[in-house]
Design a protein around this ligand. Structure first.
Ligand SMILES: *Cc1c(COP(=O)(O)O)cnc(C)c1O
Length: 355
């Protein structure tokens, strides 16, 4: 049976990306060796990381003065690396979910943190809009897509201080005005690659301004200076990212990724709103195109487990909602086809007809 992977992360990747990565793990570019066993200092791997960085810049239109880094440690390590490198006295954070809160907690180890607004009291069902960003903050941190709660900020905000964004789960799903950001980071395992690599896009002029000493590996300048090759980078995940970047380019770039994301979301939210059994959890204007969260209406709550089983039997994988929201979450990253979403919608319609 065909399976559709709606898992939140690690998550779906295009078949050809996984195939190309698997092939390289057996035999890399006719070298008679696996990608896993060659030195990262070979000219063959240097070409991989160079091309991945170049495609990153091309696809997102990254201006001069920014570096693209491929690091280890996940987005969670960035929660501390960002303040380590950028927070001298004070930083501002927008609290829009569990990940935002974790980032905020780490920043407190380095200085004063102002939470400019929070939707915690509403279980993060919306993204606050009315707040002031202190003009004397070293930076303002946002989470553009709240993977757990299914809310998303799909515009590039204006900020009086450098804007720092966790884009773990929506990078490459829309065109970005990178010039509006000081730093963008994310774990790759949602919408870019397999688990194991973390990307950072950083405006170089922001670095080297804090007075504290920074351990070598946690200092962005180390990785900017050495082109992410100060130590051994996660070679296979970087190769996988390169395959996916090539795939995105061949499909028509981030504009086409956005068009598909909107088409998928329109189809699924349309059904959620129409179907008598289900309702969405996020405020409409903040609904994520990437992680679509929905529950069963109060009067049908007892059917949730049954729908879960019904959908799984029809090939829908990973639609169980995060425990802090409950219900269902259909993650619709770049590689999810409209057919996959249509299959889920069909399940919802059939299930409605049964009840
Ligand atoms: C998954 C996720 C993280 C955590 O990423 P790791 O790479 O596992 O540390 C952080 N932020 C967001 C928005 C996420 O979706």
């Amino acid at each position: 049976m065909k399976k559709y992977n709606f898992g939140a992360g690690p998550s779906i990747l295009p078949q050809e990306v996984m195939k190309a990565t698997a092939d390289a793990c057996v035999e890399f570019q006719g070298m008679g060796l696996s990608l896993m066993e060659i030195s990262h200092r070979t000219k063959e791997f240097q070409a991989v990381i160079d091309e991945a960085q170049a495609l990153f810049k091309e696809l997102l239109g990254i201006p001069e003065g920014y570096s693209v880094l491929f690091l280890g440690g996940g987005a969670s390590t960035q929660f501390c690396m960002v303040p380590f490198n950028l927070l001298e006295k004070k930083a501002a954070y927008l609290n829009t979910g569990v990940w935002a809160k974790k980032a905020l907690k780490e920043a407190k180890l380095f200085g004063e943190v102002v939470e400019v607004a929070s939707s915690a009291d509403a279980n993060y069902t919306f993204i606050p809009k009315d707040y002031d960003i202190p003009a004397d903050a070293d930076y303002f941190h946002i989470t553009t897509n709240n993977t757990i709660y299914g809310t998303e900020l799909r515009r590039d905000l204006d900020s009086p201080v450098p804007l720092v964004a966790d884009m773990s789960s929506d990078i490459f799903s829309r065109p970005l005005d990178v010039a509006k950001y000081g730093l963008i980071y994310g774990g790759a395992q949602k919408n870019l690659s397999m688990a194991g690599v973390t990307f950072v896009i950083v405006k170089e002029e922001l670095l080297g301004k804090v007075s504290r000493p920074i351990p070598t590996m946690l200092d962005y300048r180390t990785h900017v200076d050495k082109g992410s090759m100060f130590n051994t980078p996660p070679v296979v995940p970087i190769y996988c990212a390169l395959q996916n970047l090539k795939w995105i380019k061949a499909q028509g770039g981030v504009e086409e990724m956005e068009r598909r994301a909107k088409a998928r979301a329109e189809l699924l939210y349309g059904e959620i709103d129409r179907n008598k059994l289900f309702c969405g959890t996020a405020k409409e204007e903040d609904r994520s195109l990437m992680n679509i969260c929905f529950v069963m209406k109060e009067e049908y709550k007892e059917l949730e487990a049954e729908f879960q089983q019904y959908a799984a039997a029809a090939g829908m994988q990973g639609i169980k909602g995060h425990r802090s929201v409950g219900g269902f979450r259909a993650s619709c990253y770049n590689a999810m086809s409209i057919e996959g979403v249509q299959a889920l919608v069909n399940c919802m319609k059939e299930f409605e007809a049964k009840h």
